[in-house]
Write a protein that binds this ligand. Structure first.
Ligand code: 0CH
Ligand code: SF4
Length: 318
């Protein structure tokens, strides 16, 4: 019998579910328990195919717009947040809705409103078309928020009053790219108002930091996550920039053993919306071809949790 070659798996920590994703998924599960199926969900509750498929099997129905929901069933808004028009429309149609927007996204919504009330012109650093960007821009009237994606956008931005500008950001951006854009904004608008504490959330920051910690040693980085998951795509980017060959895969089936030819050290992580069971699946698949040694590398400790909406809370909740 031929012996399997050895491979070391560096497991990034933290990885996988953040507090906002955990809360959003629980909201859908508990809504199904409380109200029965079907429960409608406006947009993928989080950007992960496995999470969505599991919830579908439990009785969730995913739609893109409120118009696609009947008015006599509950609807959940996804973790990425929604424009103000969405809950307003749900109220108008007398629908029961549950808002699974992450509290850290809601915090950005409040910041944007505060700047607007103070008469500032607002820049949102983010990715065009992403639902979180649509949601944040949709907190304010059309034209009140200008989207900036690149350094070129910063150079082209012409506010009416350069002394009265503020910025907010999407929560799941590249920490390094955003620092560059913020520096360019500050250079052009020294008085720009900025978040008290970073809008890029703790989970995004820690997961990128954890990849940096392992990517120096890993020749290949496997990121569990779906292609539409902004924070997961960012993790693969960070790995690539740190010198690893990085691949974003939905699950163990997405792993191509050809990527690992001659590889002795492989890093593994998971985006904030990717279930931990998928990480174990990859380790199991690696074990079919390699003698695997797993080393978990801790870059940060996370203790954040978020309360569920009162209507779904149970007596045994902490
Ligand atoms: O990373 P994105 O924002 O695309 O979303 P996800 O993969 O569903 O992860 C959860 C983040 C939700 C909002 O911050
Ligand atoms: Fe909230 Fe951050 Fe998770 Fe998004 S990635 S759901 S902002 S904790």
């Amino acid at each position: 019998m031929t012996q399997c070659p050895p491979i070391t798996v560096l497991l990034a920590s933290p990885r996988g579910f953040c507090a906002g994703v955990d809360r959003a998924i629980q909201i859908v599960e508990r809504a199904i328990t409380k109200y029965g199926a079907p429960v409608y969900v406006r947009h993928e509750i989080v950007h992960n195919r496995h999470v969505v498929d599991r919830l579908k099997a439990l009785g969730a129905v995913f739609v893109e717009e409120l118009d696609d929901c009947p008015t006599d069933r509950p609807v959940v808004f996804s973790a990425h947040g929604v424009p103000k028009s969405v809950p307003a429309e749900a109220k108008g149609r007398k629908m029961l809705y549950l808002d699974a927007t992450c509290p850290l996204v809601s915090k950005v919504h409040v910041e944007a409103e505060r700047h607007h009330d103070a008469g500032r012109e607002i820049v949102l650093i983010g990715h065009a078309g992403h639902p979180e960007v649509v949601g944040t821009m949709g907190q304010l009237p059309d034209g009140a928020v200008v989207l900036i994606e690149t350094l070129d956008d910063v150079a082209a931005y012409q506010p009416q009053d350069p002394a009265n500008v503020a910025f907010v950001t999407q929560t799941t951006l590249s920490v390094d790219d955003t620092a560059g854009i913020v520096a360019a904004l500050r250079a052009r608008f020294p008085a720009i108002a900025q978040p008290h504490k970073e809008d890029i959330c703790y989970a995004t920051t820690n997961r990128q930091e954890a990849v940096k910690t392992i990517a120096g040693r890993a020749e290949v980085l496997l990121v569990l996550g779906s292609a539409n998951s902004s924070n997961s795509v960012r993790l693969a980017e960070v790995g690539l920039r740190s010198g690893a060959r990085a691949y974003l895969i939905d699950d163990a089936q997405g792993l191509d053993f050809g990527w690992l030819d001659g590889t002795r050290v492989v890093g593994v992580t998971a985006g904030a919306s990717a279930p931990e069971v998928l990480v174990q699946g990859v380790i199991d698949r690696l074990s079919e071809r390699f003698e695997v040694t797993v080393e978990e590398i801790d870059a940060a400790r996370e203790t954040v949790t978020f309360k569920l909406p009162k209507v779904l809370a149970r007596a045994d909740d902490g």
